[in-house]
Design a protein around this ligand. Structure first.
Ligand SMILES: [Zn+2]
Length: 282
């Protein structure tokens, strides 16, 4: 056991941040926003392992990795880096806690607010389809691409907002809504493999999932049309769907969701340093 190990362990117990800074070669490079909903990209020397709050994070052969901070992530996250000889260094990082707003949405069809009992089975089945697509483990490093906007337009809904539909509180909204006319082309924000393409799910309408590898996926919902098939590889910038107003909506928009496996992420944070180009919406 090295001194560093004990130092890291001791400081972890005390809950101090950035304790293993002197480990040198093992210090991961991080990119991303340390806040709830953030996607963190990192790099460690090849052959090192990574765990985040005890959860295994697969690394590419080059040592690249990605993980997500959920909407309710705790105030601090611990990233453990395990060297090939088993030496472990712990890096604690503070996580900015967000306050989510309440968004009232009126004029939604009542069946989408309080679905009749006979739809329960369908709704559960569809949720399971989506969850299964997001759980896939595919070791492609498409997630390393610099993400681009799938469509551009006014942001009309944000991640984490507590939604009240026709006056009835429902589960929070974990997507980024971008208003655009029906038929507007949606392009792949990064390359990937299509893992789900369903024309008519109850809540989400036309639904498409693109897996960017190592658990990072994009989900696009309320689509008018899907232009790709399950199993197909798509390249960054390729037209994959058309904006629509299907499912629980009041008007046409793209709802873009991102996941790291089951962890829901905020696409706006991934795009934080890429302001939406003006006047490109046509
Ligand atoms: Zn939405």
């Amino acid at each position: 056991m090295t001194r560093h190990f004990y130092k890291a362990l001791f400081c972890t117990l005390l809950g101090l941040a950035a304790v293993a800074d002197s480990v040198g070669a093992q210090t991961p490079e991080f990119r991303g926003q340390w806040q709830q909903g953030g996607t963190i990209f990192g790099k460690v020397p090849a052959g090192h392992g990574v765990r985040v709050d005890g959860r295994q994070v697969k690394t590419t052969p080059n040592g690249d990795f990605v993980f997500g901070l959920g909407p309710d992530a705790a105030k601090e996250v611990k990233v453990e880096v395990v060297a090939p000889d088993g030496t472990t260094a712990v890096f604690a990082r503070p996580v900015v806690q967000r306050e989510y707003k309440v968004q009232r949405v009126n004029g939604v069809e009542e069946k989408h607010v309080t679905p009749p009992a006979e739809l329960t089975e369908r709704i559960q089945r569809e949720a399971e389809l989506v969850n299964a697509a997001r759980r896939r483990v595919d070791e492609r490093a498409d997630f390393l691409q610099d993400f681009i906007w799938p469509v551009t337009g006014p942001i009309t809904g944000v991640y984490g907002s507590r939604r009240v539909y026709n006056g009835t509180p429902r589960s929070p909204h974990y997507g980024l809504d971008i208003a655009a006319p029906t038929g507007t082309k949606v392009v792949a924000p990064a390359a990937g493999i299509v893992t789900l393409a369903e024309g008519d799910l109850f809540y989400s309408g036309g639904t498409l999932i693109v897996d960017h590898g190592y658990g990072l996926s994009s989900t696009f919902i309320h689509l008018h049309k899907i232009l790709v098939k399950v199993g197909e590889r798509v390249e960054q910038g390729q037209a994959i769907a058309e904006v629509g107003a299907t499912g629980r909506v009041t008007g046409p928009h793209l709802d873009w969701r991102m996941n790291w496996f089951d962890v829901r992420l905020d696409p706006a944070l991934v795009m934080a340093d890429k302001p939406m180009p003006k006047g490109t919406q046509d």
